[in-house]
Design a protein around this ligand. Sequence first.
Ligand code: SF4
Length: 459
Amino acid sequence: MYQTGMREECGVFGVYNHSDAANMTFYGLHALQHRGQDACGIMAGEGGSYDIHKGPGLVHQVFRDDILQTLTGSIAIGHVRYSITGGSHFHNIQPFIFNFQKKTFGLCHNGNIVNYEQLKEKLEQKGTIFHSDSDSELIAHMMSKDVYESPIDALKRSLVQIVGAFAFIILLNDELYAIRDRNGLRPLSIGRLEDSFIVASETSALDAVGASFVRDVRPGEIVRIDTSGLHSFSYTEETRSELCTMEYIYFARPDSDLGDMNVHDFRKRTGKKLALEHPASADIVMGIPDSSISAAIGFAEQSGIPYEVGLIKNKYIGRTFIEPSKHLRDRAVLLKLAAIRKVVRGKRVVLIDDSIVRGTTLKHITHLLKEAGTKEIHIRIASPQITHPCFYGVDISTTKELVMASTTKEELMEYYQVQSLEFISLEKLRECSFDQGLCTGCFTGNYVTDIFNRDAKEQ
Ligand code: SF4
């Protein structure tokens, strides 16, 4: 996936009842690597005894063979992360492991709790000491009363107070718990592999370990996995499915299914709608690799304009290489992508991108195409204009970093020096989801939950 300035916070994975649970988790996290590349961790064990290993870096860097061999047992949970809430310090790397009453439990979290400050303050007033700045630790402290004797009650009591986006996997009493927030903002699916159960942020990770899809965890649901199978509990009646639209547009892998929709199919539909809503006279259609390719294929199919591969991605430029400074990050766009001159020279090009966040990446790409001799560039964006920040775990947390919050379409066309620039409308985007509930907060400013101190957060 090509980084266009927006990053997902995390991916979670869990295995129940498999002799090689840690290895399975290793492969599962590999399949979720696109959701977080800063750090990762695996906790594994059984019979109340667990080991954990975690660290900064990619999954294959953190888990060498000799380390994986130390993680034995039939139950495991794992996590890949970007650092948003809490920064990238070691103590914020998950899984979190907690000890209460001489017992251990582990927790992985994807998402962001918006009333974190309020809940944390309440607990601190009662004497709770926090060891990290991460909102994931909150749930552990909230649950600590009765956590072993009556886990479902402890979970229900805690979860009902939490506002925001969360997909949790919790390892407790040799049982695995999979939980989603009441709006199902972050995805979480359950799979089966013979006698084992797998839980993962995306179905592509189930496929990666050979598991078959069973079902999604429902909004507001706690699924307990134990020796007798799956058990469902609800912690609230107030549920409404509103999965993050950007999961479909950008974050998730095209081979994943979210809800009832395949991500590639969804993206293709956005491309088709774009072609109908904002046609262009051009010779070829191109997508920016990787997340815009499906929409570009859809645009080409609908418009009859041939799809071409005009941009090539260098897959071997590592993240560490591109991270150290803004200057290097900007250069990295040029190093990471190359235009195929023979394809684009003298051509009128429809260039499909999934979204515009900060707007700088597209500037580099249009420059690259012009240098390669492109005659005209018509940009089509497969999401509406992002004008508001996200409070649910995506790193677009301030208004000022969003170019479309302060720039007109015409100004951006001028900046990019392109012939046209159009976005899919929210109405057409909704049609692509067959009216399945979606969060569209970053396009509209209408969020699915209370945001708490919104003015202070949104600058
Ligand atoms: S505000 Fe945007 S990025 Fe955040 S959860 Fe909603 S749709 Fe996703």
